[in-house]
Design a protein around this ligand. Structure first.
Ligand SMILES: C[S@@+](CC[C@H](N)C(=O)[O-])C[C@H]1O[C@@H](n2cnc3c(N)ncnc32)[C@H](O)[C@@H]1O
Length: 207
């Protein structure tokens, strides 16, 4: 069955091709506040809760899922949020083309696709190569958050990050925790927790 493409009519929905490379985010938001990015925002529930907590931060929420962007925009608009913009974009391409190096104050990745089959693991978004790529776009002191319900993905990322230069573990001596006070729970986290699964939270700082 083919899914119909939803046209998104929202003042907070942007088309990347209308932006510069890198984009002028201060111009987009009309201020020079810190710039945070959520990759794979899904339906936008985490983004709404997180951006409501931090009105002094500008947030970009991206997902390459059209319906997710639509739902995220609906939520953002309903809450009258002016500090979030949504784009239907693939993470690596978007960051490369639209984000200035050293400019992100935080990156959030919640429940990225786990690609559970061994032969598909190389398709996972977060690995050493991705972290070395992302490192250049983070400002000094920027936060990196990763959360997954998938044991093997959580343990892999938690075990890989200490070996990536330029990051400091904010949860040390733990490599990950199953409860991160103050961090909002996303739709997928809640779904997996209801199934009795534990979430692996990882939190690093760019040094
Ligand atoms: C399992 S869902 C989780 C959604 C949400 N973060 C949550 O926790 O409820 C993963 C989402 O990430 C998006 N996604 C996966 N890889 C992506 C990429 N490379 N760039 C942008 N979005 C991506 C998918 O389209 C999907 O909406």
């Amino acid at each position: 069955m083919t899914q119909s493409f939803i046209h998104i009519e929202s003042p907070n929905y942007l088309k990347a091709e209308t932006l510069g490379s890198p984009a002028d985010w201060a111009g987009v938001f009309g201020n020079n506040r810190p710039l945070a990015l959520e990759i794979g925002c899904g339906i936008g529930d985490f983004m709404v809760k997180t951006s409501l907590d931090a009105p002094e931060t500008n947030f970009i929420a991206i997902d390459y899922y059209n319906k997710g962007c639509y739902k995220t925009c609906r939520r953002i608009d309903r809450h009258g949020l002016s500090n979030v913009r949504v784009l239907r974009e693939e993470a690596r391409q978007f960051i490369t083309e639209r984000i200035a190096k050293g400019s992100l104050s935080a990156v959030y990745i919640n429940c990225p696709d786990p690609w559970p089959k061994k032969k598909h693991r190389k398709r996972r978004l977060v690995n050493r190569q991705f972290m070395e790529f992302l490192r250049d776009y983070l400002a000094p002191g920027a936060d990196f958050y990763f959360a997954t319900d998938f044991d093997d993905y959580g343990i892999d990322v938690a075990g890989m990050l200490p070996g990536v230069e330029g990051f400091e573990n904010r949860l040390a001596p733990d490599l990950y925790v199953h409860d991160l006070p103050g961090y909002h729970l996303s739709k997928y986290m809640l779904k997996f927790m209801a199934e009795g699964k534990r979430i692996y939270f990882v939190h690093y700082k760019r040094i």
